[in-house]
Design a protein around this ligand. Structure first.
Ligand code: ZN
Length: 485
């Protein structure tokens, strides 16, 4: 095609075309080479190519285990044509920053250091997440796994009571609200510092996660209607255009928290009860997360500012769930998460919130994401984190810490998990409200999140903790030791 075009034109124009053609060939060759190298570890950042170095970090090499194969054709198609964010919904400043970042990068500089003990999906590349199946949630599997993995008949009863509480406190439109008990005329003596009707999107996402975590879908006899109404509420309040969509804008003080939680809930619903409409909504919500990612690879309360690990965790969990649901999740987005994790390190195994001192909560989050990205169970940082959190133990009032630490300990398994689980499980069984309108709920004095989130938030986090045995199957193949009761 190039030759024909060149041969049929005057000499002067022909020379120009030759130059253009050579440039075009070089450009295409670069694309082809980049695609080839991609299979052994290349990632996109912004609209520039960066080679992912194999630089080893200070940790010991663990065994490389095979991770599930991502939907490679989709990934390849997505990544071979990286594009800047859609300009419709995200402030132009993000686009400008991404462009600036891309142009600032020296062509030969590796800016992403991939930890040497990350598992690579078959076929190469560093895209994707390790599969943690939702199959444990089915009725038969749930019962079996609850007992095999450390739950007890009492903890399962507590989950059922929590679902009953949530069902009784759902608004007619299908939503829930944080810090607000008008739905039951304050019969539960809501003690939240923030008694305003707030964060409907996040509250609905959290409650929906509890039902889904226990295997309750729209088909469920007991709670099918509640699940259906919750999904309907999120679908109806979703503001969409052709390329992306969102629930709340900057009027919400925690816009990306709300968005990440709701997206995670809907992506889990999609995995459990596929539908084309839900798939489209989920993809648009994921597109928003992709576009809202800051250039440091993280997310903050609102798009456009440097990320913090707490907000980022919800986005990463949503991306992970979307990946499992075979939605389009760009490789560059996932690669940038690795970069953000490295930035958030506050030592060999600890993590921190922004540039503050490392904390136990952030350490649980950081290491859990590392596991879902494929880090080996034998990695020194993982075992050190598990040892640290094990010595510290569950908190009496910090449900946020408990939620992530419990997941990390569960994924790690073995004696550390066993020790953690007994304390965590029995504490929650013991502290659940069992009388009155608040029966099935939790509320702990002393933690800021409980004050702001109220009974609804505390109940959802506690319920999700008690669903840990079957909510996500263990990533590592090594079975947890049998539990004896
Ligand atoms: Zn009530």
């Amino acid at each position: 095609m190039i030759a024909r075009r060149v041969m049929g034109v005057p000499e002067e124009r022909s020379q120009r075309d030759w130059i253009a053609a050579i440039c075009s060939v070089i450009a295409h060759l670069l694309v082809l080479i980049s695609l080839a190298v991609w299979s052994v570890g290349i990632g996109w950042v912004g609209d520039s190519i960066t080679i992912l170095s194999g630089q080893s970090d200070s940790e010991e090499l663990g065994d490389l285990e095979l991770a599930p194969n991502p939907s490679e054709s989709e990934q390849l198609e997505e990544d071979s044509n990286p594009s800047l964010p859609n300009e419709g919904l995200i402030p132009g400043m993000i686009i400008a920053e991404l462009k600036a970042e891309a142009s600032d990068l020296p062509a030969n500089q590796s800016i992403i250091e991939i930890p040497s003990d990350l598992k690579l999906p078959p076929g190469g590349g560093t895209s994707g997440f390790v599969e943690s199946s939702l199959d444990g949630r089915t009725k038969e599997n749930r019962k079996r796994l609850a007992l095999e993995q450390g739950g007890s008949p009492q903890s399962e009863e507590a989950v059922e009571r929590a679902l009953d509480y949530l069902a009784r406190h759902q608004f007619n439109d299908g939503s829930w609200s944080l810090g607000f008990s008008k739905v039951c005329d304050d019969q539960c003596e809501e003690r939240a510092a923030n008694r305003m009707d707030s964060a409907r999107t996040a509250a609905t996402g959290l409650a929906l996660l509890c039902f889904l975590g226990a295997g309750k879908t729209e088909q469920d006899e007991q709670y099918g209607t509640h699940v259906s109404k919750a999904i309907y509420f999120l679908e109806q309040t979703f503001k969409r255009d052709s390329a992306t969509g969102y629930w709340v804008g900057t009027e919400s003080t925690a816009q990306m928290y709300e968005h990440g939680i709701a997206t995670l809930a809907l992506c889990e619903a999609l995995q459990m009860q596929p539908s084309e409409q839900l798939r489209e909504t989920c993809q648009l919500a994921i597109n928003f997360i992709v576009e809202a990612q800051f250039r440091d690879g993280g997310w903050d309360y609102h798009p456009g500012s440097p990320g913090d690990l707490s907000v980022a965790a919800w986005q990463v969990m949503a991306l992970k769930s979307a990946f499992s649901a075979k939605l389009r999740v760009p490789q560059r987005t996932i690669s940038a998460v690795d970069r953000f994790l490295e930035k958030s390190r506050g030592g060999e195994f600890m993590y921190r919130y922004r540039d503050r001192k490392p904390t136990a909560s952030m350490t649980a989050i950081g290491n859990l994401i590392q596991i879902f990205r494929g880090r080996s169970r034998e990695a020194r940082s993982i075992s050190m984190a598990v040892e640290y959190l094990g010595e510290r133990g569950p908190s009496n009032d910090d449900l946020y810490y408990n939620y992530y630490a419990t997941q990390l300990m569960f994924q790690y398994g073995g004696p550390p998990w066993k020790a953690w689980n007994y304390k965590m499980r029995d504490y929650l069984v013991r502290t659940q409200e069992i009388q009155g309108h608040a029966a099935g709920s939790w509320w702990f004095e002393g933690d800021y999140s409980n004050d702001v989130g109220g009974r609804l938030y505390t109940t959802c986090m506690s319920c999700l903790i008690l669903e840990v045995y079957y909510r996500y199957l263990p990533v590592y193949t090594k079975p947890t030791e049998d539990f004896q009761f």
